[in-house]
Ligand binder design. Structure first.
Ligand code: A2P
Length: 270
């Protein structure tokens, strides 16, 4: 079979690294085309060639999980057993090629927030992906005094990627100094006993915020519109609950054209 030409407006990216975190979650890294520009927190459309897909490329939105300055492009994905793309993407190996549409977009970007002091990054599951980018972007620490990465997953193993990111920052020769003690990681799980030795807590972040337990654990004031900005990424019900929490605290939603105090984006599945 002859190989289909890469369509106009699409990059064919060689995969350089794959890591499976759990049966449901995996990470992959690709080369970065020299002319690919994006803002930390944005997403792109990812697909596989028609040969691999058995006929037709199916595109799905993926947040870029690496920061804008990195030389490679990272992604963090769920595996949906019957998902037309993710079930095949889960089998990719180093040396394979992934297609990526050239144009990035998204609202989980600094441009969509008005200035503040504390940045809350609220995410569930693979919703951590855009924040993997944001927490490694020096701009985040120029703009905010404190950054709270708050991640809820089903079990301890699903939280590991967040721990790896924080370790990477602590061991990075430049980022470690820029980030210092400004980044706080608060991880919780809902469907098994939390690994307290790692500092993991029990319960959904929404419950822990509504009861003030999360704020007490961190020794901080609850959300307020004067100092706090929030980025939210997760499932639809999670977005709804977190947005409601922000609204109740008096924060207003922002966008690229009208920056505000909080922004939301669906964690993409498929
Ligand atoms: P729970 O186990 O109580 O459903 P999933 O992998 O299904 O997307 O879920 C990821 C995590 O998000 C799970 O820990 C889940 O908790 C949590 N979650 C689901 N819905 C919400 C919500 N509305 N608000 C906060 N967390 C949620």
């Amino acid at each position: 079979m002859t190989e289909t030409a890469v369509p106009e407006g699409v990059y064919a990216l060689p995969v350089t690294e794959v890591k499976h975190y759990t049966d449901r979650l995996f990470f992959f890294r690709t080369e970065r085309p020299q002319d690919f520009r994006f803002r930390s927190g944005e997403f792109v459309m990812i697909g596989l060639s028609p040969e691999i897909m058995g006929g037709k490329t199916i595109w799905r939105a993926y947040s870029v999980a690496s920061p804008a300055w990195e030389e490679h492009v990272d992604f963090y994905s769920i595996k949906v057993p019957d998902g037309p793309l993710t079930s095949r993407l889960a089998d990719i190996a180093v040396g394979d090629t992934v297609w990526m549409r050239k144009k990035p977009t998204g609202t989980l970007v600094h441009d969509a927030l008005v200035p503040g002091k504390r940045l809350f990054l609220l995410c569930t599951g693979t919703g951590i992906a855009p924040f993997a980018s944001i927490i490694r972007d020096p701009e985040t620490y120029e703009k905010f005094e404190k950054v709270y990465l708050i991640h809820t997953c089903r079990d301890n193993a699903e939280l590991q990627y967040g721990f790896d990111l924080v370790d990477e920052i602590a061991n990075h020769e430049i980022l470690a100094e820029i980030v210092g003690d400004k980044l706080v990681h608060y991880a919780t799980c809902t469907r098994e006993e939390p690994d307290t030795a790692k500092g993991i807590r029990a319960g959904r972040m929404t419950d822990l915020m509504r009861s003030d337990k999360l704020y007490e654990d961190l020794g901080i004031e609850p959300l307020n519109p004067e100092t706090c900005r929030v980025m939210i990424c997760g499932s639809m019900p999670m977005l709804k609950d977190c947005a409601e929490m922000c609204e109740n605290a008096g924060l207003e939603e922002g966008s690229n054209s009208m920056p505000g105090q909080y922004v939301i984006e669906r964690a993409f599945v498929g």
